[in-house]
Design a protein around this ligand. Structure first.
Ligand SMILES: *Cc1c(COP(=O)(O)O)cnc(C)c1O
Length: 417
């Protein structure tokens, strides 16, 4: 195929150089194929959103159908929707442009008549990273709850804070929105079951922000339908660890998805030749997640093994983790070392790596080379921490970066999730 046969002037260069060249060339319309691997993601620990779309996705886009999805006429998009609905154990599905659009459309579809409130984890994406969409698009009050166990919401947390009341003063909870994985941590299936039972008993809808639900399944927590069928709606991302360039999907009942299609249209999310999105998304699911309800044959599991390796590199050097490594995220406790997120990002950049903070996302395109460099960054971090403790490097911290870690940055708050 023509795309693969192009001369490749950059394959002989060092990875950093090659990546920069490919991207500046793409930006200046030189004929260089930016879809080839390794892409810029191979040295980027900021997020799994950084995964570079692959040549196989480009090939799928070349051979996709190009009919109108607002008219529900595009076979590739219709196939993707019915395939994901079936894979998740739901009746229907709807392609959306982003995970944020997925959550917002899903919640707006549930929430029809204020006053109403949405209960969620205080660390959740819908509360922290969706520009306040729940309040502006759904006119809903958010009840952000800090889980008592520090890991995931439990039925006890939900019972304590859900507003179940006919009192005219109250703002009744109409949706409980869970997130799995959250900060790379898995919500146990048994706890979801307990909360689902409570929600059903009180006529509360249950939504899952499952942007990274694929990761929980790949970690063998439960199958995709085991999780998804407990919810009235689930949103799932194609463009995180699965690596698609664009796209997310919502699953639910047929009437629910029919209404969601209208809401999607209302906010400008109806796209015409959506096959260019859904073709790549299907490749992302097949290659990233795999071919069955348990993520058979997907490439996420290898990234989890690599994440465990990265965590072990840190702890064996004497570092501490801020959160357990259960899927593809490793949380270095930088505060304990007296290192700010900014300083860490700078130390990583010295090794040619990208990082936001102590949250390292180990997606499938992270290479051995990147992990090796990361080991040297860890050495530098821990050396600095120790020097600071013993006062050796007292004069050394005047480099314009506030190393006190008291600079008002909430730990890990600068992430685009
Ligand atoms: C990434 C993410 C989203 C959506 O992000 P977009 O950038 O809008 O695609 C939603 N929820 C969670 C938990 C996420 O990690």
């Amino acid at each position: 195929m023509a795309v693969d046969d192009r001369p490749d002037p950059i394959s002989e260069m060092a990875p950093n150089e090659a990546i920069n060249e490919a991207h500046s060339a793409a930006a200046t319309h030189k004929r260089v194929n930016a879809w080839q691997q390794p892409g810029p993601a191979c040295l980027d620990f900021r997020s799994d959103t950084m995964t570079t779309p692959t040549a196989s996705m480009l090939e799928a886009i070349m051979y996709t159908t190009l009919q109108d999805d607002v008219m529900v006429e595009d076979p590739t998009t219709n196939n993707l929707e019915s395939y994901i609905a079936e894979l998740a154990g739901h009746e229907a599905a709807l392609l959306v442009m982003s995970g944020t659009m997925g959550n917002q459309v899903a919640l707006r579809t549930h929430l029809t008549a204020p006053p109403h409130s949405v209960l969620c984890d205080i660390r959740s994406h819908i509360y922290n990273y969706e520009a306040g969409g729940v309040s502006s698009l759904s006119s809903a009050m958010i009840l952000p709850i800090r889980p008592r166990n520090g890991h995931h919401l439990t039925l006890e947390d939900v019972k304590e804070h859900a507003i179940v009341s006919s009192d005219v003063h109250a703002c009744p909870t109409r949706v409980i929105s869970l997130e799995n994985t959250l900060d790379g941590m898995i919500m146990p299936l048994a706890e979801v079951r307990r909360i689902a039972e409570f929600a059903r008993a009180h006529d509360i809808k249950l939504h899952l922000d499952g942007a990274r639900i694929w990761e929980a399944v790949a970690a063998n927590a439960a199958s995709l339908p085991d999780y998804c069928t407990l919810f009235d709606s689930v949103s799932m991302c194609f463009s995180k660890g699965l690596g698609a360039p664009i796209g997310s999907i919502i699953v639910g009942s047929k009437p629910y998805i029919a209404h969601a299609r209208r809401i999607r249209k209302m906010i400008g999310g109806g796209t015409r030749q959506a096959g260019v999105i859904s073709a790549a998304a299907r490749v992302a699911v097949d290659e990233g997640f795999g071919h069955g309800p348990n993520g058979e044959g997907g490439n996420l599991r290898a990234s989890h093994a690599r994440a465990r390796n990265v965590a072990e590199m840190w702890t064996s050097r004497g570092g501490k983790l801020a959160n357990p490594t259960e899927t593809n995220m490793v949380w270095l406790d930088l505060a304990r070392e007296g290192i700010s997120a900014t300083e860490f990002a700078r130390l990583a950049a010295e090794e040619g790596l990208k990082a936001f903070s102590g949250r390292l996302v180990v997606h499938y395109q992270i290479t051995d080379e990147a992990v090796e460099r990361l080991g040297r960054v860890m050495d530098a971090v821990l050396r600095r921490g120790r020097e600071r403790e013993t006062g050796v490097a007292d004069g050394e911290t005047t480099d314009g970066v506030n190393n006190s870690n008291g600079n008002g940055e909430r730990y890990g708050s600068k992430e685009s999730k």
